[in-house]
Design a protein around this ligand. Structure first.
Ligand code: FE2
Length: 386
């Protein structure tokens, strides 16, 4: 592994504020993730799943009742995480075509900026392909400006400027009133979001994030770090200057059998978002609650815990509780982290979630890769896709 940590690349993150201790000046300042929009085949049922199983609450709605004739969107929220679930209301739409090709998946990673026109112009000037020119949308609560650029696969980044808006979500949406809002499971914010790209394309997208967005590479893993007997992948982690946006990018590496990235690319029929990592302040409570609500997680063998203490040293959590829940631990120079991965959450074996709690550590759990990939391979073997 290479950890880049020179004067230009601050990687120390204050664990309470999630901001870099020595932020570099960005030409494109990003305040955080604004929302993630998923194109799904049944937005109404997906919204119910994210509420009942993942602890989100109803926030906003746009559809027939609000005057939209072609698409329906449900917005759910948990602390700083907003998911928009969108389905077409008729055949022959681009969203329908997207779902036909990819299954359910992330279409939009929206980034909260102070000036969406400036962000767009800078990005396009530096080589980004335009998806949406700066567009002002307004209602009685003020106005927002949104603009957008393409990234890997069919994924897009939308810049959202909302400083002159105090509505529930965005113009066009109405408050989604419902009496059914299960309690939160303690998810706080998007920690990072990982993309899977085609073999040989990782460095292209690394360069894209460097040149177009001004991101820095803060870590890289090669196939020696991330390989098992059968499969391998490479990964580089891109971060913006204040550390609030972290995008690891994976590509498959040649192995004896098909890697998890190959499986993703085959079933997603293209490049796309592999996992969304969401942070919690208490992973034991969060995962206990998620399990109670039916979320399934990858399981590492119980032998993982036999040498855990030896590997990571003293930690605050009770190892038996971690073992019972299947939570993984890794340590880096700054501290340690706890993490766990769900099984894939839609019909196709594509996207999944990671639940992560950082206790000082700024890395991504390299020490767990082997155990984790072996767990993924066991799932692949069951699917006949290894
Ligand atoms: Fe991750």
């Amino acid at each position: 592994m290479v950890t880049l940590q020179d004067s230009n690349t601050a990687t120390l993150i204050n664990s309470s504020t999630q901001q870099l201790v020595n932020p570099t000046k960005d030409f494109m300042p990003i305040n955080g993730t604004d929302y993630l929009e998923l194109y799904v085949s049944n937005a109404k049922q997906a919204a119910h799943f994210y509420k009942s199983a993942f602890g989100f609450s109803s926030l906003a709605y746009r559809g027939l009742e609000t005057g939209a004739r072609e698409t329906e969107s449900y917005v759910v929220v948990q602390d700083k995480i907003r998911l928009v679930l969108t389905s077409p209301l008729k055949s022959g739409t681009d969203i329908g075509r997207h779902i036909d090709q990819h299954g359910d998946g992330v279409k939009v990673t929206a980034l909260w900026v102070d000036d969406a026109t400036y962000a767009y112009e800078e990005a396009v000037k530096r080589g980004a392909k335009s998806y949406m020119k700066p567009t002002r949308e307004e209602d009685e609560h003020g106005h927002v400006v949104r603009s957008g650029i393409h990234t890997y696969g069919e994924v897009v980044h939308i810049f959202v400027e909302r400083k002159n808006y105090n509505g529930i979500f965005l113009p066009g949406f109405e408050k989604w009133e419902t009496s059914y809002n299960p309690p939160s499971v303690g998810l706080k914010y998007v920690d990072h979001m990982v993309g899977n790209v085609d073999l040989g394309r990782m460095d292209y997208w690394v360069k894209f994030y460097e040149e177009v967005m001004g991101f820095k590479q803060i870590m890289s893993f090669d196939d020696k770090d991330i390989s098992t007997e059968y499969t391998a992948l490479r990964s580089k982690v891109m971060s913006n200057g204040n550390g609030r946006i972290k995008f690891p990018i994976n590509e498959p590496a040649p192995g004896l059998k098909k890697s998890q990235v190959d499986e993703y690319l085959e079933f997603y029929e293209g490049e796309g978002v592999q996992h969304i990592a969401v942070a919690t302040d208490n992973i034991v409570e969060t995962v206990t609650e998620l399990r109670n609500r039916g979320i399934e997680f990858l399981q590492v063998p119980s032998t993982y815990y036999d040498v855990l203490q030896e590997r990571v040293g003293k930690i605050d959590e009770d190892i038996d509780s971690l073992k019972e829940l299947g939570i993984l631990v890794d340590r880096d120079d700054e501290g340690y982290l706890l993490q766990i991965f769900t099984k894939t959450v839609q019909a196709r074996p594509t996207m999944f979630f990671e639940i992560i709690q950082r206790k000082g550590a700024t890395s991504f759990g390299k020490g767990n890769f082997k155990a984790l990939f072996e767990a993924i391979e066991r799932e692949q073997a069951l699917r006949g896709t290894l």
